[in-house]
Design a protein around this ligand. Structure first.
Ligand SMILES: *Cc1c(COP(=O)(O)O)cnc(C)c1O
Length: 466
């Protein structure tokens, strides 16, 4: 057996990585040419790579490391639970203490009567659960023809075939297809798609597409509407203020179920425990994952309101995962919730560091490349543009400029992601004011370098607005 030292030279690790490791959302041959960055350690909001570089993680991993890296309490909670009971299932009328404790705690934290949790190991699995769950709910209520789930283009609800079908990523639909009875409406993305409408008019117009879709499909066939309170992977798209109240009105009018996908927005990201609270909506089901354990363990779930849980309890629900309510994952999540609460991390994002980050982040609109900079709590995005007044996209293929900017950030030891030509951040919720300053300084430097590169490559050219 080959022994591979964790201290092997970076090039050797990279060569083995491309020889044997297939990466998610990655063009394998492109990556093989340059080699993946090897992350070896992390502490607080900082990553260290195999070359010893320290990198500020503006994305909290993948939107998940809410309490920051290196929390010994979480490691201890996992070790304790592994020694006590490393695994048992929750099928066949058994349970265990971590699942009981976590469910009771989530029922306390979740708004309204969202009091019941069905566990999964990821957001994708939880949304697959939701598909079966809402259809079972309506079948049990004597309306089995209510199967259609309405979602939005450019939504992200996961990567399994079911959850990706709910999502609105055409590139994913193109590889492997979609399940039937899912319908997509347009997203409330004013900057890119709002034309000459005001944001408020546009928010109403986009929300009313839900009503039009329900009428077109037939209200008796619609089971649910699913949406992220704020779209994350689609580019951190904060809807106009008119959007969610109108969606809520329509959901109430037709009596369909509202699923809030809180996988990113949940657990403090927007300055409240849940994005639904920030947006003032009342979902029947919330999808949770990511920040639930701060990414220290894979865990997700569906949080159900009393009525949905009651209906599901009236039949045998033929669904579950080997790791539903995994004891180690539950124990770590519970400890993570304790840290978020006792260290006032959510409150700090709402009242202190969030407003500070907002002020600094919005000042990026002074940069010549930046058309808008919008942020809610600790999730924000900037639109890169060659012409601010026109809200113009670049003439180059979408993502060309964003990729250049992301590469500049990477070179400046800042993780900021690009979605098309939008740059996004979603840092750990423990980011300090000094670290916020560093983040903004590095972002500004990277934007300058990107701007210079675009000018020298002749890419500062406006295309047609969509
Ligand atoms: C990440 C994400 C998911 C999928 O979660 P996984 O744990 O990657 O399966 C679902 N919904 C939203 C909003 C997400 O951001």
């Amino acid at each position: 057996m080959t022994f591979i030292s964790p201290n092997a030279p970076t090039a050797e690790l990279q060569a083995l990585d491309s020889a044997h490791h297939v990466h998610p959302f990655t063009h394998g041959n492109e990556l093989a040419k340059k080699g993946a960055r090897v992350i070896t350690r992390a502490e607080g909001s900082w990553l260290t790579d195999s070359e010893g570089e320290r990198i500020l993680d503006g994305m909290a991993g993948l939107w998940c490391v809410n309490v920051g890296y290196g929390r010994k309490e979480l490691a201890a909670a996992a070790a304790r639970q592994m020694e006590e009971l490393p695994y048992y299932n929750t099928f066949f009328q058994t349970t265990h203490v971590p699942a009981i404790q976590l469910s009771a705690r989530l029922a306390e934290l979740a708004p309204g009567d969202l009091n019941h949790v069905f566990y999964a190991s990821s957001g994708s699995e939880a949304n697959d659960t939701n598909i079966r769950l809402v259809r079972t709910y309506w079948a049990e209520k004597g309306q089995p023809e209510r199967k259609v789930i309405i979602s939005r283009w450019n939504a992200y609800h996961g990567s399994s075939v079911g959850s990706a079908s709910l999502g609105g990523m055409k590139g994913m639909h193109g590889q492997g297809g979609v399940i039937p009875d899912v319908h997509h409406i347009d997203q409330p993305h004013w900057w890119a798609e709002g034309g000459d409408m005001s944001p408020e008019e546009f928010g109403l117009e986009r929300a009313r597409q839900l009503e039009a879709a329900i009428e077109e499909i037939g209200p008796e066939k619609v089971a649910a509407f699913i949406a992220e309170p704020i779209q994350g992977a689609g580019g951190v798209i904060i809807p106009p203020a008119s959007y969610w109240p109108e969606i809520q009105r329509i959901v109430d009018k037709y009596g369909i179920l509202l699923i809030a996908d809180e996988v990113i927005c949940g657990f403090g990201r927007t300055g409240n425990w849940f994005g639904s609270q920030t947006m003032g909506i009342t979902p029947h089901i919330m999808t949770i994952a990511k920040g639930l354990s701060s990414g220290y363990q894979p865990i997700g779930g569906s949080v159900l309101c009393d009525e949905v849980a009651e209906v599901i309890a009236s039949t045998e629900f033929n669904h579950g995962y080997t790791y539903s309510g995994h004891p180690v994952a539950c124990a770590v999540a519970l400890e993570n919730l304790r840290i978020l609460d006792e260290e006032n991390i959510v409150t700090r994002v709402r009242e202190e560091t969030g407003p500070y980050l907002k002020e600094k982040f919005e000042s990026l609109t002074d940069h010549p490349l930046v058309g808008e900079a919008k942020i809610a709590g600790f999730m924000g995005s900037i639109a890169l543009t060659p012409d601010k007044a026109a809200r113009a996209p670049f003439a180059s293929e979408a993502g060309t400029v964003g990729y250049i900017c992301r590469e500049r950030c990477f070179a400046n030891n800042l993780v900021m992601r690009h979605v098309g030509d939008r740059m996004i951040i979603s840092p750990p919720l423990v980011l300090t004011k000094a670290e916020i300053d560093t983040l903004i300084e590095r972002a500004w430097t990277s934007l300058d370098e990107c701007h210079a590169a675009l000018k020298s490559e002749g890419l500062m050219v406006a295309g047609q607005r969509g």
